[in-house]
Every structure is written in structure tokens, then in C-alpha cells.
Design a protein around this ligand. Structure first.
Ligand SMILES: [Zn+2]
Ligand SMILES: [Zn+2]
Length: 222
């Protein structure tokens, strides 16, 4: 394997290639099963033709700005190191008529890849709820990083979660928030309690929830 083929960007590139092939005529009678192999092979042949500076591009890359209009930028890429087997495979499967067609297809893949690789990360604030996600009271809320920030480097290195969900949050009232941090810490939260549902499966959280949901904010009940 050439360097970089294990990276997230390479996987994204392969997915873009597969999605373009899949939306045209599937190459064989058994598209789902063979598409992965087909796309894997083509992606490994095409990846070296993509300039190395684009192999690790992200939303945060300084390269993003010079790229500007992605379509226009991609149309200027030389792609001169495109492997002949990329073209041969595509033509023999009737996906493109000739070398020019193969290059055109690769540009299409490159546009989709760059659009997705440089897209801003999702805004997790949009998940904001009115009620605490544990006790369901309408009280002032704080956000809890379901995958604690202190664990992010390790989580990505070990592949516990994809980068796209790393910043997800739950909206919790202060008391529920401290309970969560009391029952489990750091890596345990990241590995085993990275959703509200998983947290709610714990007996201690259930007990707490039952209690908290009966407490009315600012109202003492006798
Ligand atoms: Zn709460
Ligand atoms: Zn928290």
C-alpha cells in the first residue's frame, strides 16, 4: 500500500469514487458486493495522481482558502501521474469510453472529495434541547462533551469513534452534569457512555433521574 492509504481522507476519497460509480451504471451484476473491491482498487490506483498536498486536507487547512472555487481548482490539476490501469479498468468495465473520460471521472471524484474533506464540522449547538436530557426538567442547561475533550487524541488514535462525532454534546442541568462526572470518568465515558441512552442504562443514573425529575427548579416541595 502506498503511504496515506490508511488515512481518513483516503477512505473519504474512496467513498466519493464509489458513490459516483454507484450512481451511474453499476459495474457488475452484483454491485454491492463487488463495488467495494472495485472502488478500493480504483481508489488505490488514482490516489497517487491527487497532489500530495491535498491528501491530508481538512476544513482547518491553510490550503482551503487558495482553493476557492473547488470546480475551477480541480480543472487546473495536471493529474499527469494517473495510472494507466485506472483508465484500462474503467474502460474495460464500460464505465468510461477512453482516457479522457477516465480523467473527467477522476476530476468529478476529486471535486466531491475536496468539498467533503474541507466542509466545516457539524455545529453541535444545533442539538440544543430545552429540557435536561437526563431529568427532563426545563432548567438552565450546560453542555456535556459525551466524548470528553481530554480523551480526543486517544479516541481518534484507537479508532473508538470517527472524527465526525467527536464533538457531540448532551444538554444537561448542572446537577445531572455533575452526577455524570461522578459515576464515570474520562476514557470510561468516551468508551462506554458516549450517548445519553448509554448513560441512562446505568442503575445509578436511573436512580438519580427518578429523584431529580421530581425536584422542581426553585420550588421546595414538602
Ligand atoms: Zn438534569
Ligand atoms: Zn461534562
Amino acid at each position: 500500500m502506498a503511504s496515506g492509504e490508511s488515512s481518513q481522507n483516503y477512505t473519504l476519497f474512496k467513498d466519493c469514487l464509489a458513490s459516483i460509480l454507484f450512481s451511474s451504471d453499476p459495474p457488475t451484476a452484483d454491485p454491492e458486493q463487488s463495488l467495494d473491491e472495485f472502488a478500493s482498487y480504483l481508489a488505490s490506483e488514482a490516489w497517487p495522481a491527487i497532489p500530495p498536498s491535498l491528501h491530508s486536507i481538512t476544513y482547518d487547512s491553510n490550503l482551503t482558502k487558495p482553493i476557492g472555487e473547488i470546480d475551477e481548482y480541480v480543472s487546473t490539476l495536471p493529474l499527469d501521474s494517473l495510472s494507466p490501469s485506472f483508465t484500462e479498468t474503467l474502460t474495460s468495465y464500460g464505465q468510461v469510453p477512453d482516457e479522457e473520460g477516465a480523467t473527467r471521472l477522476l476530476r468529478k471524484v476529486a471535486v466531491r472529495y475536496l468539498e467533503q474533506a474541507t466542509a466545516p464540522p457539524p455545529v453541535w449547538n444545533s442539538t440544543r434541547t430545552k429540557e435536561c436530557e437526563i431529568c427532563e426538567r426545563e432548567v438552565p442547561l450546560t453542555y456535556h462533551h459525551l466524548i470528553p475533550r481530554s480523551t480526543h487524541a486517544k479516541v481518534l488514535k484507537r479508532g473508538w469513534h470517527p472524527e465526525s462525532v467527536i464533538n457531540k454534546v448532551a444538554w444537561l442541568c448542572r446537577p445531572c452534569h455533575s452526577v455524570v462526572h461522578n459515576v464515570a470518568r474520562g476514557e470510561e465515558l468516551a468508551q462506554h457512555y458516549h450517548t445519553v441512552d448509554l448513560l441512562l442504562e446505568r442503575e445509578d443514573i436511573q436512580r438519580w433521574r427518578k429523584y431529580a425529575s421530581k425536584q422542581r427548579f426553585g420550588v421546595k416541595r414538602g
